[in-house]
Design a protein around this ligand. Structure first.
Ligand code: ZN
Length: 124
């Protein structure tokens, strides 16, 4: 029994969604430390955060106020990205701002987050 083209396509999509979710997890961790540091120093000005898009070779930054980042990060399916870095296959744009977009995971990418984090994110 050979895997059909259709099945292969689904596997590829799944793998892509998984990989994208993992990349975002890494940058989310880095960004949360940036955000916590900014809050500690009571910074309210725009601060550079890593773009949280799913591309492994993206090292661009978005600038937003730490309070805005915290608001986005509090929603487990939401991420900040450079405008134009939205991946239509795995997320939809929920907010567009001058220097950043907020995207929300859909479909398999969302299920991946649920698998990786069965409990709600704990923020310290
Ligand atoms: Zn990016």
């Amino acid at each position: 029994m050979f895997a059909g083209v259709r099945e292969f396509g689904n596997d590829r999509a799944m793998e892509f969604a998984e990989r994208a979710a993992r990349n975002e997890e890494i940058f989310r961790g880095v960004n949360e430390r940036i955000e916590q540091g900014a809050q500690r120093h009571q910074l309210t000005t725009a601060t550079p955060f890593h773009c949280e898009c799913g591309q492994a070779d993206c090292f661009e930054y978005v600038e937003l106020a730490p309070a805005d980042y915290e608001r986005v990060a509090a929603e487990r399916y939401r991420f900040v990205v450079v405008p134009g870095h939205e991946l239509e296959e795995i997320e939809r744009v929920v907010e567009r701002h001058e220097g950043f977009s907020v995207v929300e995971k859909i479909g398999q990418a969302r299920e991946q987050i649920d698998r990786d984090h069965p409990q709600a994110r704990h923020r310290s």
